[in-house]
Write a protein that binds this ligand. Structure first.
Ligand code: BES
Ligand code: ZN
Ligand code: MN
Length: 503
């Protein structure tokens, strides 16, 4: 485990194995950020030609290593690009993430990045922890160059309580994102619904143990209980699998709660498509189809650790969508938790079946607002790519989610639920709702209209994060290859914004 601390020391005099220095891409060429002023002074007139020879420009994503001689105490400087605005926490978070990967082997690292506000201190810590993430549980040879033991954030605020709190907040957020990434990265045979429920209870235990730990209630409902509860949607998906379904519920109910937020996350531990089977290449990353469940659990534990005055009830329905003699068929009619009947048209549109039941359960408790998050449709991946999430919902909540995304450094985009969709979901000849209608255009919007039927008319937002949960390309910023943890920080920021706007 890497330990993080704040120090107001000078980067030129620091005796770390490596010092990371932020570089701003200015109009007159690159310059070191203010936090590294004494490195600039130590190099004097030699700095400009030195940066130029090394090819340092300051553009975002850049990391250039340079051995030092007697200019500074550390043997290695790592120049990381901040782009043009060094006061932007998003840019700083990215640069810190790049820095974490840019230093291959150092026991101690000092970070001279913009950190003269608590928000920037948090961005540095969060970025560094998340950018340095790796998932090695299944590698028989672990990489030799491990994580550093000590990371020191060089900041003028080192002795200020707000900065120490910012460091702690960042650690809680990074823990949450790490948890979600680990679960999404875990192979599906080790992350079936019963096993994922166990992973959740282990994490819950860790967070709630000991004196002063937050009190979070955990309930796990098994297949039989789900049948008794009338959760036909969850069971219609899980019936295809040898691993039975689960529903995990977490409750954080602080005495000072100013509002009640219900979170619902899709937990399909593997999505083969069911009888409407997916083509092989589309099945490759379907272990990540439980990312929504992972993110609501991780966010709820973080909200509790932060002590946010918001009551949170989180629902994570878990099922495996497989092909078998007990699988649900197109044409079957399923009765959902709230009594609505649904005609199945495509067993690959399984997420809405889990979410419909879980949303119905969530609204039964009368929350003030409901937010669901799901890797729901390839349509939203096609429309928005692999870095921008889709948000649909009621007009009062969508802007709040978008704002939370900005604060969290994640991008989301508002998508509509056109009126026409409300009609299309009601065109089944045998049931109340038609699960899917085989018109490919706007499939993500159809899915949203379907989910809305289970929200009881409450204020609601739906985050479709399909394609954002796993980065199939190279690492960038604080995002590694593989599981991203996308959505976790947006959910926590959203809860924080509810606390301040209602309080
Ligand atoms: N889990 C998939 C959606 C998905 C696609 C997640 C790509 C991550 C990356 C979902 O269950 C699904 O299969 N959706 C269908 C929807 C259709 C049947 C309406 C799809 O994407 O085609
Ligand atoms: Zn799915
Ligand atoms: Mn599917």
């Amino acid at each position: 485990m890497t330990s993080y601390s704040l120090r107001s020391a000078s980067p030129a005099k620091t005796r770390a194995d490596a010092v990371v220095v932020g570089v701003v891409a200015g109009p007159e060429g690159p310059r070191l950020c203010d936090a590294a002023a004494d490195v600039t002074a130590a190099y004097g007139r030699r700095l400009r030609p030195f940066l130029s020879t090394m090819g340092v420009t300051g553009k975002a994503g850049e990391a250039v290593k340079a051995p030092t001689r007697d200019e500074v105490n550390a043997p290695l400087l790592v120049f990381v690009g901040l782009g043009e605005d060094p006061s932007d926490p998003v840019a700083v978070r990215r640069a810190a993430g790049v820095a974490a990967r840019g230093v291959a082997n150092a026991a101690s690292v000092a970070l001279a990045l913009p950190s003269d506000t608590p928000a920037l201190v948090a961005a540095v810590v969060e970025g560094h922890r998340l950018g340095g993430y790796s998932f090695t549980a299944y590698k028989s040879t672990k990489p030799e160059a491990g994580e550093p033991n000590d990371v020191v954030v060089l900041t003028p605020l080192a002795r200020r309580a707000e900065a120490v709190e910012a460091l702690e907040r960042a650690q809680v957020l990074a823990d949450a994102v790490t948890l979600a990434r680990d679960w999404v990265n875990t192979p599906p045979r080790d992350c079936t619904p019963p096993l994922l429920a166990e992973l959740v209870s282990a994490a819950h235990k860790e967070v709630t143990k000991g004196r002063g730990a937050p009190k979070v209630q955990l309930e796990v409902f098994d297949h039989e209980q789900l049948a008794d509860m009338g959760c036909g949607g969850i069971l219609s998906v899980g019936n295809s699998s040898a691993s039975p379904s689960r529903l995990v519920k977490l409750t954080w109910a602080p005495k000072d709660a100013v509002t009640h937020l219900a979170l619902v996350g899709k937990g399909v531990t593997f999505d083969s498509g069911g009888l409407t089977i997916k083509p092989s290449s589309s099945m490759l990353n379907m272990k990540g189809d439980m990312a929504g469940a992972a993110s609501v659990v991780a966010a709820t534990l973080a909200i509790a650790r932060l002590g946010l005055p918001v009551k949170v009830t989180a629902y994570a329905p878990m099922a495996e969508n497989m092909v078998s003699g007990t699988a649900t068929r197109p044409g079957d009619v399923i009765t959902m938790r709230n009594g609505t009947t649904v005609e199945i048209a495509n067993t690959d549109a399984e997420g809405r079946m889990l979410l419909g039941d879980a949303l119905a359960l969530a609204v039964e408790e009368g929350p003030d607002v409901v937010v669901d998050i799901a890797t729901l449709t390839g349509h939203m991946q096609l429309a928005l790519g692999d870095k921008v999430g889709a948000v649909m919902g009621t007009d009062d909540q969508v802007p709040a989610v978008l704002a939370a995304g900005v604060a969290a450094g994640e991008q989301h985009w508002h998508m509509p639920i056109p009126e026409e969709m409300a009609e299309r979901i009601s065109t089944s000849k045998v049931a109340d709702l038609l699960q899917h209608d085989w018109v490919r255009w706007g499939g993500g919007l159809y899915a949203s209209a379907f989910l809305r039927e289970f929200t009881g008319g409450l204020p609601w937002a739906h985050l479709d994060i399909a394609g954002k949960e796993i980065n199939t390309g190279s690492p960038y910023g604080h995002v590694p290859a593989g599981a991203t943890g996308f959505g976790v920080t947006t959910l926590v920021e959203y809860a924080r914004s509810l606390a301040t706007s209602a309080g």
